[in-house]
Design a protein around this ligand. Structure first.
Ligand SMILES: C[S@@+](CC[C@H](N)C(=O)[O-])C[C@H]1O[C@@H](n2cnc3c(N)ncnc32)[C@H](O)[C@@H]1O
Length: 302
């Protein structure tokens, strides 16, 4: 699948650069390289002699990053289809003990959202897939059609903070008794049916927004991956090294905030962002995806 490189605008680029503070000869680990937007801004600052290691579980995104970064020979760019939660094994294979900076830009890429066949969006009809990593077996359709009503309701509540989770889960179970729910449109209709006309007045987001978020988080084990990454990160960051995480909803941001406060208490990090950093007015207007972005940054002190 060839992806459009111009379709994805990296968020908070100048703030990411400021907090990562990349310098010549350094090693940066980018756990979510996507289409290489942040990489294109940061990597040149590592020359001469640095190394930019970019990971993504989505092969199509990596192809995009490869195309975007193709002309760059210094620093060395190493791109690999790899789960960021499992980064220690890759660093070991590359013979790298510690890096100078780590970046995670969580969530879904605009290019992934735009491809109907990836099933991430309720705006376009496609198969109910939502896998970042297409080598993985379980899709959103598998969860929607196999979980019990109670499990679906809990999933929508826990990962989507969906207040009508029970009603939507009940509606899905009624619908799937007639036939398997296999498309994004069918799932969106289930949520729209429950909200009826009320959603437009009550909340300004589409009725299916929260259940799509919840399913995507579940399909890709997103919160588990984030926790695992953070738990493993500090020993692989050199003292003085920087950690930057951009999250897009309160569940992710809560995990990052909690982790940083714990490690600050333990004397392991200095938190560089007193409160989470968001986009300025110009970026908010120009890049819709940036509106919910929250950046937190820290420096390893010991
Ligand atoms: C918001 S995008 C990153 C965009 C990138 N910073 C850029 O400037 O182009 C998030 C990326 O993380 C990837 N991703 C999600 N979970 C992952 C995981 N566990 N390991 C590695 N990559 C992951 C997605 O496939 C997606 O491409």
């Amino acid at each position: 699948m060839d992806v459009e490189l111009s379709g994805h605008e990296p968020v908070l680029v100048s703030r990411v650069t400021e907090y990562l503070a990349p310098a010549a000869g350094q090693i940066v680990l980018d756990g979510t390289v996507g289409l290489g937007g942040h990489a294109a801004a940061i990597a040149p600052r590592l020359a001469p002699g640095g190394l930019y290691v970019g990971l993504d579980v989505d092969g199509a995104m990596l192809d995009g990053a490869r195309r975007r970064l193709a002309g760059m020979s210094d620093p060395v760019i190493h791109l690999e289809q790899w789960n960021y939660a499992e980064f220690p094994a890759l660093l070991e294979r590359l013979g790298i003990g510690q890096v100078d900076a780590m970046l995670l830009d969580l969530g879904v890429n605009s290019a992934q959202l735009a491809k109907a066949e990836r099933g991430f969006s309720f705006d376009v009809d496609g198969p109910l897939d939502m896998r970042f990593d297409q080598r993985q077996k379980t899709t959103a359709a598998d969860l929607v059609n196999s979980l019990s009503e109670r499990e679906l309701s809990d999933l929508f509540y826990d990962f989507g903070q969906e207040t009508l989770s029970r009603k939507i889960a009940k509606r899905i179970c009624e619908l799937r008794r007639e036939s398997r729910l296999t498309t994004t449109r069918l799932l969106a209709l289930a949520a729209e049916g429950v909200y009826g006309g009320m959603e437009k007045h009550a909340v300004r987001v589409h009725a299916a927004t929260r259940i799509f978020q919840a399913l995507r988080i579940a399909v890709n084990c997103e919160l588990d991956n984030l926790r695992a990454f953070l738990e493993r990160a500090l020993p692989f960051l050199r003292p003085g090294g920087r950690l930057v995480v951009i999250s897009f909803h309160s569940l992710e941001d809560g995990i990052v905030k909690h982790f940083l406060l714990e490690r600050k208490k333990a004397g392991e990090v200095e938190i560089l962002t007193k409160s989470p950093v968001g986009p300025d007015e110009e970026e908010r207007r120009g890049n819709r995806r940036s509106r919910s972005a929250k950046l937190r940054a820290a420096r390893r002190v010991a």
